[in-house]
Design a protein around this ligand. Structure first.
Ligand code: CU
Length: 163
């Protein structure tokens, strides 16, 4: 019986730590919201008013091509957190451009595309690493590219729509 009580005490302590950790991390994400009255722990997620989360995954394929995927590929206008996961073995990045169409961007002599139309980016990200940026996106057609030399030419881009 004593062992059970001790186990329960440990469990309650662990849950308290988790609740405190959740509380402090949610504070960073709720700076612009009014918050809820009535006490208790308020956890803000993308589903309850935070930025829309777009997960971008990029890497290399066995055939020598590179790829970039954005999920979801279409969001509503407003703040969006663009989280880039580099699942490849080379350094990659994501630049969000208003240039379109996605597969017809002009490639310069340096084998990169112009970033004049950039609205934000997760710059050079090491293999296995993740970077995030939160940007405000007006409605329009966008393209996400990895603008490291020759990567766009190898297929590292994804069309993206904001409505
Ligand atoms: Cu790349």
């Amino acid at each position: 019986m004593r062992d059970t009580q001790r186990a329960l005490t440990v469990l309650v302590a662990a849950l308290t730590v988790l609740a405190l950790a959740g509380c402090s991390s949610s504070k960073n994400e709720t700076t612009s919201s009014g918050g809820q009255s009535g006490g208790g722990v308020t956890v803000t997620t993308a589903a309850s008013g935070g930025p829309t989360v777009v997960t971008v995954v990029g890497g290399e394929k066995p055939d020598g091509k590179y790829y970039l995927t954005a999920t979801p590929g279409s969001v509503t206008a407003g703040k969006a957190t663009i989280t880039f996961k580099n699942v490849g073995t080379k350094v990659h990045e994501v630049v969000v451009l208003t240039d379109t169409p996605a597969d017809k961007l002009k490639v310069g002599a340096n084998h990169e595309v112009s970033e004049d139309a950039s609205v934000g980016e997760d710059s050079e990200t090491d293999p296995g690493k993740t970077k995030s940026t939160t940007i405000n996106l007006p409605p329009g057609n966008y393209v996400m590219v990895c603008n490291i030399e020759r990567h766009y030419e190898k297929g590292m881009y994804a069309a993206f729509t904001v409505s």
